[in-house]
Every structure is written in structure tokens, then in C-alpha cells.
Design a protein around this ligand. Structure first.
Ligand SMILES: [Zn+2]
Length: 170
């Protein structure tokens, strides 16, 4: 897959961790079916964290065709006051994983989190902390059981749009 160059600049909003090194924005953007391979992992994380929010990073590669997820790493949710409906990625863990990946073909390409007893739709808070170029799977967990997983990304209009899960051709 051909890797694409950065075509955008970071937002001005304050983010809890440094600007991602991610190097492009897939357009129109689909998430490769590889996410399904890791589906069990983040569903499981989400169920274990219930009734609190789980969060973590997606690692893989980005191409003009979309996000290709190769690994899912859970990261601590540092929000202790409102962990049932907010998450704050541990910035140290983010930096550590980012450093680990330097020199490899992989990078951090997205952030997943769970919505305990809520639909898998981004909240206004999610919008405020989102980076362009990242993909954001949200796992809804009802009564401790992971149900729906939907993926989102910021469009050029700074709103979330849904990202389809693409079946990879055999
Ligand atoms: Zn959320």
C-alpha cells in the first residue's frame, strides 16, 4: 500500500497528547476489515472496563484507501471523576507507544473507546478531542455486553462522519 504524505495541519484546539505523527488523511476513507481481526480485543476491554469507559490506541498503517489496523493496545483511562462517560488517554502511554513505533512501518492511526449504556455515536466531548486523520471506533456496551462497534473520523468540515468497515478482497 502506498503511504500518503501529510496534507493537513493540526487544529488549534488543546489536546491531551502531542500531535499524532500520522501522515495523511484517507479520503473518502474506509477502515480495512483488519479491524475485525482485533474486534474481540477491544470488545473484551470494553466489557471489562464496564461501567467505566475503556480506551486505547489502534496501530497500523494509513493509505489513501483507508486505515489498516494491525494491533489494538488498551491504554489507561485517567479520567477518574467521570470515567462512566468520559475518557482521557494516558499521555505517557501514548508517548511510549509512539516512541516504540518510530522506525517501524506502523504508527498510531486511531483511538477507540467505549460508551457504557450509550449508543456508539460520538459525543460533543469526543468531537472536542478528536484529531484529523485518526479513526475513532466506538464500542457501545449495554449491561456489560459489547454490542455495536461503529467507526468515525473527522471530515474536513470538522464533523464526525461514519467510516464503513470494508471487506478485504480475498
Ligand atoms: Zn465517547
Amino acid at each position: 500500500m502506498e503511504r500518503i504524505r501529510r496534507t493537513w495541519e493540526p487544529h488549534e484546539r488543546t489536546r491531551p497528547f502531542p500531535k499524532p505523527r500520522i501522515s495523511g488523511r484517507p479520503e473518502p476513507g474506509t477502515i480495512a476489515d483488519t479491524l475485525r481481526l482485533h474486534d474481540g480485543k477491544h470488545r473484551c476491554d470494553a466489557e471489562q472496563a464496564y461501567p467505566q469507559e475503556a480506551c486505547g490506541l489502534l496501530i497500523g498503517t494509513l493509505s489513501a484507501a483507508g486505515w489498516n489496523v494491525q494491533a489494538v493496545r488498551q491504554v489507561a483511562n485517567l479520567n477518574t471523576e467521570r470515567a462512566t462517560d468520559r475518557f482521557q488517554l494516558d499521555p505517557e502511554a501514548y508517548r511510549r507507544i509512539d516512541l516504540e513505533l518510530r522506525g517501524s512501518q506502523q504508527e498510531i492511526i486511531g483511538v477507540y473507546h467505549s460508551h457504557p449504556d450509550c449508543p456508539a455515536k460520538p459525543s460533543p466531548t469526543d468531537l472536542g478531542s478528536a484529531w484529523e486523520g485518526f479513526v475513532y471506533p466506538i464500542i457501545s456496551v449495554y449491561r456489560g455486553q459489547a454490542s455495536d462497534v461503529r467507526c468515525w473520523t473527522l471530515g474536513s468540515d470538522e464533523r464526525f462522519r461514519s467510516v464503513p468497515l470494508l471487506q478485504e478482497s480475498p
